[in-house]
Every structure is written in C-alpha cells, then in structure tokens.
Design a protein around this ligand. Structure first.
Ligand code: DC
Length: 247
C-alpha cells in the first residue's frame, strides 16, 4: 500500500504530535501531558528500539552494538519490522509505565541501553523499516485522543495532527539530563564528553537520513527547553493544547 493511501486511515479523535531530538524532554513531557489530558501516549521511538533490539539480539551484538549496518542487516531489519507483532500495554494499575511487547515478550527493560539507542538510529534510517512501521503508528495514533512523540510525527505520520510541537535544547543541557538519568537508574555512567558525542552522532544520523529526517513541521510550535524546568514546559504545553483544542 502506498504511504499516501495510508494517510487516509482516518483519525478518530484529536492528535497531538511532539517531535524533537533525544534529550529535549519529549518523553517526560509527553508522559505527563497524557496523564493530565487523559490522552493515550504513543512512544514511537520504542518501536524503532524494538526492531534494533531484535536485530542486535539475533546477531549477538547486544553488548557491543553496531557502528554500521550491512545491506544484509538492513534487509533483516526490514523483515523483522514486517513480521514483528508490536503492542503497548497501558494498564496503570498493573504497570505504572507503558510497556512494549514484541511477539508477546515484554522487552521494555532492554531497549534503553546506549547500544540499542545507537542501533535504533541506524535502523530508523532504513526506508523499508520506516514504511513497515508507518501504518502501525497511524493506526495506534488514530484511535482516539492521542499524543505521539517521535521525529517525524508532525511531518510524515500525522501531518494532519491538531497540535504540533518541536522541542529543542542545547547539546550540553541534553547531555546533563542524560547523565542525571544514568545516575538515577544506578547504571554506570559514561563521561560527559562521551554522552555529548553520542547525542551529536545520533542527531546527525536522524537529521541527515534521506527518508523522514528529523525536522520541524512548518506548522509546529517550537520550544527551546534548555532554560526551563520540566514542570514549566509541561504547564506551557498543556495551556497551548487546551487553547487549541478548546478543552
Ligand atoms: O525517541 P527515541 O530516542 O526513543 O528514538 C530512538 C531512535 O528512533 C532515534 O534515534 C530516531 C528514531 N526515531 C525515528 O526515526 N522516528 C520516530 N518517529 C521516532 C524515533
């Protein structure tokens, strides 16, 4: 099916699109906004992470990651994207956070490592992978009141979103936030310079890929979150959403 015809999958309720590079506060802001507004949160990055995780697992590369994908790896990533059954489970009583399942297995706790992050950026540049996940995102996001976070939500997946945001932040600020996350999780933290290098490398990959590169939609509201707390960002976004959706 052509992408243009998939756009005809109608959305059954308001859609909020939140795009921007890693570490800008997208995930935390989206989570809180979904709770406050009673919207379903769709973390589209987790889908690319799931494909990357499956590929790394198969190859035995979970520890070392992958610097470049060979043409065979790319074909395999497309195959995995087409054949994986991916779903989110949102049961606040059972699981406070969204869980992601791939072919029935809960992979939530395996997909946030630096190796999977980098591999997710690589597989997300493969056009066949993006195409395979397109309909799923459109379907998940079209089910009612939804808020989606990603890189191409406002430009490609939901150009017809009701409200669009593009979040940015300086590389230094984003590296600081990543390090704080490492510390909070108790995991071994890389150096500040290493985190900065990884962020810059991932940005370059995400922004320079040929298909659906990370960029601001012409009608998105841009916010540099560097100088604001998460609460300030969420308060401002909530106001903006409520005024645009008249809720
Ligand atoms: O948001 P995240 O860091 O979990 O995303 C992981 C990778 O997936 C990121 O490097 C880019 C890619 N991605 C994408 O290309 N398009 C999306 N809509 C979401 C994520």
């Amino acid at each position: 099916m052509k992408l243009e015809s998939l756009l005809l999958i109608p959305k059954k309720g308001p859609v909020v699109a939140i795009d921007g590079p890693a570490g800008t506060g997208k995930s935390s802001a989206t989570k809180r906004l979904a709770e406050r507004l009673g919207f379903v949160h769709v973390d589209t990055g987790a889908l690319y992470r799931a494909i990357a995780y499956a590929l790394l697992s198969e190859k035995g590369w979970l520890e070392q990651g992958v610097a470049e994908l060979s043409p065979d790896d790319e074909l395999r990533a497309v195959e995995i994207s087409k054949t994986s059954e991916l779903r989110f489970e949102r049961n606040p009583k059972k699981n406070p956070a969204n869980r992601i399942f791939q072919n029935g297995k809960d992979i939530t706790s395996f997909i946030r490592t630096p190796e999977v992050s980098m591999a997710a950026s690589k597989v997300s540049a493969v056009p066949g992978v993006r195409k395979a996940l397109y309909g799923l995102q459109r379907t998940m996001g079209g089910q009612g009141k939804t808020i989606l976070e990603g890189r191409d939500i406002g430009t490609v997946i939901f150009p017809d979103a009701d409200v669009k945001f593009f979040l940015t932040a300086s590389v230094e600020e984003r590296a600081k936030r990543r390090l704080a996350e490492f510390e909070a999780s108790g995991a071994d933290a890389p150096s500040f310079e290493e985190v900065k290098r990884q962020i810059t490398e991932r940005d370059q990959g995400d922004m320079s890929r040929a298909v659906a590169p990370l960029k601001k939609a012409h009608d998105a509201v841009e916010l540099d979150t560097s100088r604001y707390t998460l609460d300030e960002v969420v308060d401002w976004m909530e106001k903006e959403i409520r005024s645009r959706l008249k809720t």
